[in-house]
Design a protein around this ligand. Structure first.
Ligand code: PSV
Ligand code: MN
Length: 408
C-alpha cells in the first residue's frame, strides 16, 4: 500500500462527507494536542498477581524512565512532558523526597528535550496504611502536608505548575473509621496546604470509587472532589481518571457539568474493563464522546492556554510491552479527538430543536463511530515530520532490543 496515496484518498472522502472546514480543523487539533505520559508506565510497577513479572527492558530508575519518555516524544511529537510521582521518582527511601534528585532530574529532562509535567505527591507508600491527610496521627498528617507543599514548590520551579493529588485514604469495613471526621480531616489538611501553596500553582483533586479502601474511600466521586476543590478556591479543580468509576458511568456528562460550572479539570486517560486496571487507551466510542464535550467546551487546544484542562495518561500494566501500550494510547487519543471534531454540531442542534431523536443520534454517530479518521491523524503526523505510525516506527527502531540488552 502506498501510504501517501491512501491518506490523500481518505482525506478527500472525509472532506466530501464532513466538509473541508471540519477536516482542516481536525488536522489542526491533532497537530496541537499534547498529553503527558506518566513516569510509572516505564518502571516495574504494575505486577499485580503476577508478582514481579515485568516485560524485559523496564526502566530501573528515573533516568531510564526519562530516556524512554523522550523516545516516545521523538516518535509522537505529542508528549513533551513527563508526569512524576514524588516518592517513586525523587526519593531514596520512599519516605522523604530529596531536592538534589529533583535538580538532577530537571537537568536531565532538559538534555533529553522534554520537561517535567504534573507532580503527584505520593500518599500511599510507607506509613499511610491508616490514612495520609486523614490520619488520626498528627505527625503523619504533617509529613504528607509537608510533602505536598514541597511538591508545589518543585511544580513551580521545575515543572508546569500543576499538582495532582490522589489519596489512598479510606476504610475496609463499616465502623472502622468515623466517616464524617475522616472527611473533615481531609478538608482541613487540604485547606492548610492550599493556604501555604503559591497561587500560581494549580491543584487537581482525583477521586476513586475504591482501592485500597473496599468499604469507603475519602474522595470516592467527582462530587466530593468538586466540593473540596470549591472550598479551596479557583486554583483547585477535579481530576477525572477513567478507571475510577462504577461501571457504565456517563463520564462525558461529568465533563459537561464541570465545564458548565467553569471549574478547572483534568484527565487521567486509560481504559478500564473491570476496576482500576490502568490499561492502554482504546479508541472506543466513549473516548470520542468525551472529546466532543472537551472540544465543545473549548478546554482542549485552546489558543488561550489558561482555558485548557490538563491531559495526562495514567496507565501501567506489566503484561504488555510498555512502549506498544503508551504509543497505542496516544494514537487512540488522537483518533478520538479527530472523530469528535467531525461531528456537525449545527445539524445536531437543528435535530434537537425538532425533537428528532434518532436523526440527532445518527448524525452524532456518523463521526463518532462510523468513520475512519486515520488519514487525518497520519497526515497531521507527516506534516510535523513524524512517522505516520509511531508504533510501527518503534518496532522498526531497534530501541526495544537495545534496552533489553542494556537493562538486564
Ligand atoms: C490511583 O489509582 C491512581 O489513579 C492515581 O492517579 C495515582 O497517582 C496513580 O494511579 C498511580 O498510583
Ligand atoms: Mn489516576
Amino acid at each position: 500500500m502506498n501510504i501517501e496515496k491512501w491518506i490523500e484518498k481518505g482525506i478527500e472522502q472525509l472532506k466530501e462527507e464532513f466538509g473541508e472546514d471540519l477536516v482542516e480543523k481536525a488536522l489542526n487539533f491533532v497537530k496541537n494536542f499534547e498529553v503527558e505520559i506518566p513516569s510509572w508506565v516505564f518502571g516495574n510497577f504494575g505486577g499485580g498477581r503476577f508478582g514481579s513479572y515485568t516485560p524485559p527492558g523496564f526502566a530501573r530508575n528515573i533516568y531510564e524512565k526519562i530516556d524512554d519518555a523522550s523516545f516516545v516524544h521523538k516518535l509522537t511529537g505529542a508528549t513533551p512532558r513527563l508526569a512524576t510521582h514524588i516518592l517513586w521518582d525523587f526519593s531514596n527511601d520512599g519516605i522523604f523526597p530529596d531536592i538534589k534528585i529533583v535538580e538532577n532530574v530537571y537537568n536531565y529532562v532538559k538534555e533529553k528535550n522534554i520537561s517535567l509535567g504534573a507532580i503527584s505527591p505520593t500518599y500511599f507508600l510507607v506509613g499511610s496504611h491508616r490514612g495520609s491527610f486523614t490520619s488520626i496521627d498528627k505527625e503523619i498528617r504533617k509529613r504528607y502536608i509537608e510533602q505536598t507543599i514541597f511538591g508545589a514548590e518543585i511544580a513551580k520551579k521545575y515543572a508546569n505548575k500543576l499538582l495532582t493529588l490522589w489519596f489512598p485514604d479510606g476504610s475496609l469495613y463499616p465502623g472502622e473509621i468515623d466517616l464524617k471526621r475522616n472527611y473533615e480531616r481531609m478538608k482541613l489538611s487540604l485547606i492548610e496546604c492550599y493556604e501555604k501553596i503559591s497561587k500560581d500553582v494549580k491543584i487537581l483533586i482525583e477521586y476513586k470509587l475504591f482501592e485500597p479502601g473496599t468499604y469507603s474511600t475519602t474522595i470516592p466521586d467527582w462530587g466530593t472532589s468538586y466540593i473540596l476543590a470549591k472550598s479551596l478556591g479557583k486554583n483547585a479543580g477535579v481530576l477525572i481518571d477513567l478507571g475510577h468509576h462504577p461501571h457504565g458511568v456517563n463520564i462525558e456528562q461529568i465533563v459537561a457539568t464541570l465545564i458548565a460550572e467553569d471549574i478547572y479539570g483534568g484527565f487521567h486517560f486509560n481504559t478500564r474493563y473491570s476496576a482500576d486496571d490502568d490499561l492502554s487507551v482504546e479508541p472506543n466510542l466513549q473516548m470520542a464522546r468525551i472529546f466532543y464535550e472537551l472540544v465543545k467546551g473549548n478546554v482542549v487546544c485552546n489558543k488561550d492556554e489558561e482555558k485548557n484542562w490538563a491531559y495526562m495518561i495514567d496507565q501501567a500494566c506489566s503484561r504488555e510491552n510498555r512502549f506498544h501500550s503508551i504509543l497505542n494510547s496516544i494514537d487512540s487519543l488522537q483518533i478520538s479527538l479527530a472523530r469528535s471534531i467531525l461531528v456537525n454540531s449545527e445539524k445536531i442542534e437543528k435535530f434537537q430543536k425538532d425533537d428528532e431523536i434518532i436523526l440527532a443520534n445518527r448524525e452524532f454517530n456518523k463521526a463518532i463511530s462510523l468513520c475512519d479518521v486515520r488519514p487525518i491523524v497520519y497526515k497531521a503526523r507527516l506534516e510535523k515530520g513524524l512517522p505516520y505510525d509511531p508504533l510501527k516506527a518503534y518496532i522498526e527502531s531497534g530501541y526495544q532490543k537495545k534496552i533489553e540488552e542494556e537493562r538486564k
